[in-house]
Structures are given as structure tokens and as C-alpha cells.
Design a protein around this ligand. Sequence first.
Ligand code: ASP
Length: 428
Amino acid sequence: MEKTAAKPGDYVEVHLTKLIYEGILLESPENEKGTVLLKLDSGYNIGFNKKDILKIVLMKKAREKEKGEFEVKKNPEKKNVAMIITGGTIASVLDTKTGGVHPLQKPEDFFRFYPELFEKVNVAKIEIPFMKSSEDMDFKDWQKIAKTTVELLNDNNIQGVIITHGTDTLHYTSSALSFFIKDLNKPVILTYSQRSIDRASSDANLNLQCSALAAISDIAEVSLVGHGTSNDDFCYSMPGTKVRKLHTSRRDAFKVVNDKPFAKIFPDKIERISEWKIRNKNKAKLDAKFEEKVALVKIYPGQNPDILDYYSKKGYKGIVLELTGLGHAPTKKSRNSWTLKLKEIQKKGIVVCATSQCIFGKVDPLVYSNGREILATGVIYLEDMLSETAFVKLGWVLGHEEWKKNKKIVKEKMLENIAGEFNKRLEE
Ligand code: ASP
């Protein structure tokens, strides 16, 4: 192998006899000095035997870490936004020793990687309630984010709030904020990246630039802003209760389900797609009560309903059942009918709601007799609501002691369109 100027962290081409691989050069482990490790754009690590490599061509040096404290510069001609950084890939860098991605040591370093953000707005306030991957979050984290967001929304100096977050459970958080914040007055934008910021193919920059524009727009909604396609051309602003992660790795991982995005957002312009609530003089309020004892259960063929005994014994107060098709579970002809058990647990006071595992479309229990049988047990069918949104909403509704006492009120609340979770105009 020819000598190379490339160092771990640099973007390189590895030339073999017939193939060329591109990626970030990683440090070779101590005991494997004969190996060259590369992080491919796909995220996978690949190892080569040094003997097989003709040459390593340096394509792009790794971003040098600037020395000293980083100062967030303010420009009086630009509007002020606030940022809440919570962790996830968007606040992570590649560890060239392991090839894994880990959170930034100093979250403020975030701004070194995204100077483009300051071309549009002043980041006047930065809050870092915690730094974690989104799969490690739960309702207590949603409550922390919501509380911080409400404080920032009621600061007259701030035009909008941008929250950066991991992708895995981002749509749960966007739902939670949609229910937890009442009388919303300004934009609340959640954004992410699928590739860490130091990767050549990072999607963070476009997402942040579009988020900045959305945060100073008049879209007073909780929305998720992210890539509209797998190219780096535009983002969508998507309603917080109607969005879902639908791809494990693509930049445009999030899609609106059963509804439309609010807008198409380019780094320098916003194109309206549907209606949104506009910026106003309300005072945002926090209503973040949550009943922890709620579960989301997916039905599969032949599933035994005894699983419901577990939830009942453990003191669960509510269950969202993700049913098959239009809203079915094993009934009459099944060896494991759910009908009796559903009746039994609802009699004990557990609230049971139903969504569809189809993702697109809405549940309709009246089409088949099996659906009618489940409906007759008292299950609340949630139309076109996403299962994740239904789970968050049920926890939020049952978190209100004054509603929880009365099954009728719980049902009314679950079927009331509180934060855009139902789309009454859904076409067939
Ligand atoms: N597992 C990570 C998370 O959800 C992935 C990401 O950040 O995109 O935090």
C-alpha cells in the first residue's frame, strides 16, 4: 500500500485492484494494525487487509476542532430563536476508535458544526435538559422538554423554539408536545439527523436551516421538520400527531400518515401545502399530566389474550391495541378468542382503545362481524389515529384524575380532535 496523508476521521477513497470504497477512515485497533477500517456512507464499518489496498486517497480532511470557548454571535437584524438540545445523532459525532457514534462531549460544540444556522437566526437561548438517545426517553423526558418549551414560548424575546432529538421515538415526543402544550402561540419545531454531523452525507444541515426558517414563520404548530426526499433539496413541516418514522436509515425517514404536511420548506422559502394555526398573542400553558400505566399491544395471529391478565395484575389503567386490518383481533373461529378477556378487563376499569397496524387508513369495526364483536365489548375505536399518538394521548387523558374517574369522559376525550390527531377529511 502506498503511503497516505489521510488520518483517522478524514474522508477517503480506498482503492483496491478492482473496487474503490469511500468513507471515513477509522483508527485500526491495537491488535489489528494490518487492517484498515472504513466507515461507509451507509453507516456500516468495513475492514480491509492492508496487503489488498493499492492506495488511500485523501478526499476531505476531518473538521478541525476549534480551540477555546465557542461564542454564539448575535446579530440584531436577525430574529431570535431558542434551541433545546436533547441528544440523538444530530448531537453526536463519530468515534474514530470504535466506528460507533457517541454524544458530543460538550453539547455547545453543536454550534461549531452548524454555522449555517446563524445565517438565518440568532440562537438567543440554548437549553440542554439532558443528552440521550431517544430510545432511552420516556414520558418524564417529554414533560421536561414541554416545560422548557413553554417557558421559552412565553419569553417575548423568542420567536420560536427548535428542539433537536434522536429519530427513533421523535414522533412520540412530537405527539406528547402536541397534547402537553395548550394555547400554543409560536412555532415549536422538532428536528433530527439520520447521519452524525461529521459525516459527509449528514442530513443535519438542511434540516436545521429549514427548521430555523420554520421557527420564525407564522406556523404556530408543533411540527417535525425534516428531509422531504432523500436528496438535500427541501424539507417538510409535518404535524406532530400525524407523523411517523417509516424508514430506518433514509434521510426522509419521517412521513405524514393520513394527512398532509403543513408546508414544503426550502432554506430560503416556505410553500404552503395545508392549513396551519398562526402565531398569536396567547400565553402558552403546560398540561403535561401523564398516566404511566398505559401500554401499546400489537395483535398477531393466534395470540393468546392471557397477556391482558399481566397488564391487569400490574395495575395498568389503559391499553392501546394495535389490531389487524380494519380493527380485528382473534374472535369466533380462533382457538384464542379475545372477546371474553376484553370484556373482563374493561369491567375491571381498564380503558381499551383500538388502532390499526396497517398504519394508513382508518379502523372501521362495523364492516365485519368480528369487528362488531370486539366493538361490543366496549373498545374505543380511534378512527385514523396513529398507534403511537394513541398511546401518548391515552396516557395524557388518563393522567387527568378528573377525566379518569368517568369512562364516558375518557371516551369523549379520546374521540375529540384535540391536537390534529384525527383527519376527518381522510379520503378512502
Ligand atoms: N437511536 C438514535 C435516537 O433515536 C437514532 C437517532 O438519533 O437518529 O436517538
